[in-house]
Design a protein around this ligand. Structure first.
Ligand SMILES: O=P(O)(O)OC[C@@H](O)[C@@H](O)c1c[nH]c2ccccc12
Length: 262
């Protein structure tokens, strides 16, 4: 059993519990800017900054972190979007974290979880998210399409996560506009930024799609490398959570995008 299959088995149990009641989260109603539009602006690499206390691969990263303070620091430092992990069992996050951050910041907000059912999207929306993550490796084509349509019908942006070229094609087939490459393999945790380059080589770049590189980004060299491959944004957790200065760490990743027309 890989970690992904373990997590998905746990999610199946959790969604039965979520279905027993309606979400009690009530984030302030706020119209957040669209993630797609946000990422399409400026000539610097955008940062999607993640609130991450712990992970199955790294154990505790920042146990005592305060999501509201972290989220506000990210917003102030110029993040394009904040990602909040809501998985409790493996990442020590919660929908409550998401709601608290939602009430404190105005930029796009991503609910980071392993979504396999509509009910999780309802909870994400209730807790104030404007973006949800769909992981291609966790879903069959039909469910992927159905959840993508459902999130779209709720006016949410969707980040569709891939890890190889086959998954990229599956994401493109459902009309995904914001596509991420996870540099971390969710089966064995190995990280390699070359995944971004490999998938970029097959990515049909145009104005209608955005390409994002996720995980394992620590330095401005890492950021420049994935920007060169065509990424408009990076999704960064651990390196920002561990940094003494969110401001300087985040800004060092906002490297200029090359004038290369993609
Ligand atoms: O902490 P990192 O290496 O900067 O990674 C952040 C983010 O990409 C990672 O948390 C992530 C990417 N896809 C996921 C899916 C589920 C849980 C977590 C993730």
């Amino acid at each position: 059993m890989t970690i992904l299959t373990k997590i998905l088995a746990q999610k199946a149990v959790e969604i039965e519990q979520l279905k027993q009641q309606a979400p009690t989260y009530v984030a302030d109603a706020k119209q957040r800017p669209s993630l797609f539009e946000t990422l399409n602006t400026t000539n610097r690499l955008h940062v999607i900054a993640e609130m991450k206390r712990a992970s199955p691969s790294k154990g505790l990263i920042a146990e005592g972190a305060n999501p509201v303070a972290q989220g506000m620091a990210y917003e102030q430092a110029g993040a394009a979007c904040i990602s909040v992990l809501t998985d409790e069992c493996f990442f020590k996050g919660s929908f409550e974290d998401l709601q608290n951050v939602a009430n404190a910041v105005s930029i796009p907000l991503l609910c980071k979880d392993f979504v396999i059912d509509e009910v999780q999207i309802d909870y994400a929306k209730a807790a104030g998210a404007s973006v949800v993550l769909l992981i291609v490796a966790a879903l069959d084509d039909m469910t992927l399409q159905r959840l993508h349509d459902y999130a779209t019908s709720l006016d949410l942006d969707i980040l569709v996560e891939t890890h190889n070229v086959d998954e990229l094609h599956r994401a493109l087939r459902i009309g995904a506009k914001i596509i991420g490459v996870n540099n971390r393999n969710l089966h064995d945790f190995s990280i390699d930024l070359a995944h971004t380059e490999d998938i970029a080589a097959h990515f049909p770049f145009n104005e209608e799609r955005i390409f994002i590189s996720e995980s394992g980004i620590w330095t401005s060299e890492d950021a420049a490398r994935v920007a060169k491959a065509g990424a408009k944004a990076v999704l960064v957790g651990e390196s920002l959570m561990r940094s003494d200065s969110v401001q300087s760490a985040l800004q060092s990743l906002q490297v200029p995008l090359l004038a290369v027309k993609r």
